[in-house]
Design a protein around this ligand. Structure first.
Ligand SMILES: C[S@@+](CC[C@H](N)C(=O)[O-])C[C@H]1O[C@@H](n2cnc3c(N)ncnc32)[C@H](O)[C@@H]1O
Length: 265
């Protein structure tokens, strides 16, 4: 996923600008031919271009309606008397969801359906009562579905983006085997889990690799969605074959649990 995974909002901004410039050129040409179809038509052409370009560049599917409707919505709202605090509220929501974009350089994006399915299949190879943690569980969607599929296992998520935490907490509230904690992932003792899952960004991976090696039990698995750990080749790689080119990288940082299976270098 590279820089797309790291800075999807910047990519979306670039996509909007590229679509706006192309639409401007197209509509200037049409106007020169006396074929100008109006400002709202131009806004929708820009929206379609931005939506298509965004998907082609690998943005998550939920960016599609945002890219499509952003400029038409701005145009439609122009001149209406909206509460002056609305843009501020929008900014606050984005900030409370993406709290960790700044310090940790980990924004919010979600495990895709096919990746979740791959993880679900892999978890079937584990003993029935495993313990699982999602480090930075976002909105808790992936965790919640896994918890439903494996009722005998115990699932935990930690999250420090305030709004993401609240939504994940509410979502998992009815689940008996799943709990969400407002906790920094760096303070979690990874030694308590059989499976540690993360979908972060390239930035924290070296430190997470070191933490996993220091704390994880022999035989316990660390699974990273798409981001590798420099200098620590995975023991297994599960290709997902989705449009994001996601893959699951698996390590046993505490060794494989066999009498002669030591710590990997
Ligand atoms: C890319 S999202 C992944 C969400 C979820 N795990 C999933 O796969 O759908 C990463 C999440 O990690 C959270 N995060 C980043 N650094 C964190 C930290 N130090 N402690 C707790 N959560 C963190 C972010 O707020 C974000 O919600």
């Amino acid at each position: 996923m590279g820089s797309i995974g790291r800075y999807p909002a910047l990519l979306a901004l670039w996509v909007q600008l590229a679509a706006a410039v192309s639409t401007l050129v197209l509509f200037k040409g049409l106007a020169a031919l006396a074929l100008y179809p109006g400002l709202m038509a131009a806004a929708w052409v820009q929206g379609v271009a931005a939506a298509v370009l965004g998907q082609a560049c690998g943005l998550s599917v939920w960016w599609l309606p945002i890219n499509l409707a952003f400029v038409p919505a701005l145009l439609a709202l122009q001149g209406r008397h909206l509460p002056p605090l609305l843009p501020l509220a929008g900014f606050a929501v984005a900030l409370l969801l993406n709290w960790n974009s700044f310090g940790e350089r980990v924004p919010l994006y979600l495990t895709g359906r096919r990746t979740r399915q791959r993880l679900l299949e892999w978890l079937a190879t584990q003993p029935r009562e495993f313990t699982f943690i999602d480090l930075g569980c976002g909105l808790g969607g992936a965790l919640h579905r896994l918890a439903r599929a494996y009722p005998a296992a115990r699932f935990e998520g930690v999250e420090t983006a305030p709004l993401a935490f609240c939504l994940a907490w509410l979502r998992c509230l009815p689940a008996r085997n799943c709990r969400i904690r407002y906790r920094n992932l760096w303070t979690v003792d990874l030694g308590a889990y059989d499976v540690v899952y993360c979908f972060l960004s390239p930035v924290p991976m070296p430190a997470l690799g070191a933490k996993a090696r220091a704390q994880m039990r022999p035989g316990a698995w660390l699974i990273s969605n798409s981001f590798d750990i420099p200098g620590m080749p995975p023991e297994q790689t599960l290709e997902v074959r989705d449009w994001r080119h996601a893959r699951l990288l698996l390590w046993r940082p505490g060794g494989d649990g066999s009498p002669c299976g030591g710590n990997p270098p």
